[in-house]
Design a binder for this molecule. Sequence first.
Ligand SMILES: [Zn+2]
Length: 570
Amino acid sequence: MKRRSFLAGGAVGLAGLAGLGRPATPWVAATRNRQTLVIRHGTLYDGTGGPPRTGDIAVDGDRIAAVGEVAATGAVEIDARGMAVAPGFIDIHSHADLSLLVNPRAESRVRQGVTLEVVGQDGSSIGPWSDAGFESTRDRYRRDFDVEIDFRDVGGFLDRIDRERPAVSVASMVGHGTIRGLVVGAADRPATASEIDRMRALVRDALARGAVGLSTGLEYTPGSFATRDELVALAGELRGTIYPYASHMRNEDDRLLAALEEALHVGRVAGVAVQISHLKAQGERNHWKADAAFAAIEAARAAGVDAHFDRYPYVAYATGLSNLFPASARAGGTARFLARLADPETAPALERACRDKIALLGSWDAVQITRIGGANAAARGRRLGELAAELGEDPYDLTVRLLRDAGGSVGMIGFGMSEDNTERMLAHPLGMVCSDGGAYAPYGPLSRSSPHPRGYGSFPRVLGHYVRERAAMSLESAVHKMSSLPARKLGLRDRGVLREGAVADIVVFDPDTVRDRATFDDPHQYPDGVAHVVVSGVHTIRDGEQTGELGGRAVRGQGRAARGRNPSGN
Ligand SMILES: [Zn+2]
């Protein structure tokens, strides 16, 4: 009996015909009449953005063996009637990184339907570290999580992911800030020519070992100390590949458009693709800039730069509390930052800058404390204005005290974006969906903070709130932004689509009930409506629960073998 057949005449039949021209593929064993897994009668959103169609999907090993009407039975059969079936979601800007080793079940990620995390963002990657950087990370992970760090760069991290097999797959960018910290240190000065050469060699090495782009974090130290020319020089190492220069830009509020122009300039002059990280316009007085930002990105594309952006579906961002102060205040490291806050010479200017930032956000209650340890743990989850009033303390003095008591390490959420812009950015044809969040769980060590809810809810929130409730975009378009669009951006030809031969990363969700449940006040909550998640063929979520079987693996870039589409990228 023929192992599979396709519906004649309909759209499914066309998909079948498209497959006929291809040679037999090794993962379709002709003698097998039994598949690992068959998902039946689902509404298939294949990732391309085209209209859905009804059909089955067969998984054999780690690949999709057939899409259409599947005659063979599966060792596991899923009835997906009334459910949406989509490629597993790709988080193009994730901060899961080392937490995937702390809890390999990656609960808050895989339960959203995420199957591939793109980490190493905002200029910060897993190495390359100095001896001291490696030792401090190793000691901290031993002490806090009982996790042994036995690698010191992106290549070593990817090797470890392959050994550990967490619930999700992992690709990584290499971080400019990490490299600058290693080569130049924490100083606020331009790099010398020989330092630039050394940094370029480190970017080259990371690409050769599987990095899928270069990220920058230009609001953070030490990335902020780079000149535009340094960024062009380092991004130049991506030339001839498809991999993007991904930038958390120098500014996302009053100087947003200049910062965007810089990022696009880097792409244009270096001749490389650009990914603008978490595009936003902070502060009500800047909300009008969304349209100007779209126009700038579209103009860059017209001029030959393969530029896109990503965005998470919330009106608040998350960062360190120290980012209420300008990057120059943080030059030289945390100890010097805290000293400047206390020094009567420098303190007044810092206070003014901080109060200006608060004015931009609207009020002290626009800031919520997330991560804080020690004596002030009770501040976790609280708004600064409210807390200060309760304590009878000036909110600025409270901010400085919290920073000082925690050695500078305090996390915050800032409410500064507009709902309207958020919706339009998510719906824009050049926009991809990201979480910008970490991996958490409501139990164990990853439950010990009050994180931004995006780490739990981003993808279901787009599907529930922005697609179903607000009709900001079609479901097929949303799926496209979570799957084949990011896959194409990273040159991953066999991911992000439901197609015979593609890696079997699949999510089955109920389009009528899918929704995020994590909130700013109560973030540790899994979403609803995500019924099944398959990662590299491994049935990881079954009927909404983790099976405990982990299928993630490292996804390595192909270096110069993955050619760019950018005509200037040769
Ligand atoms: Zn960022």
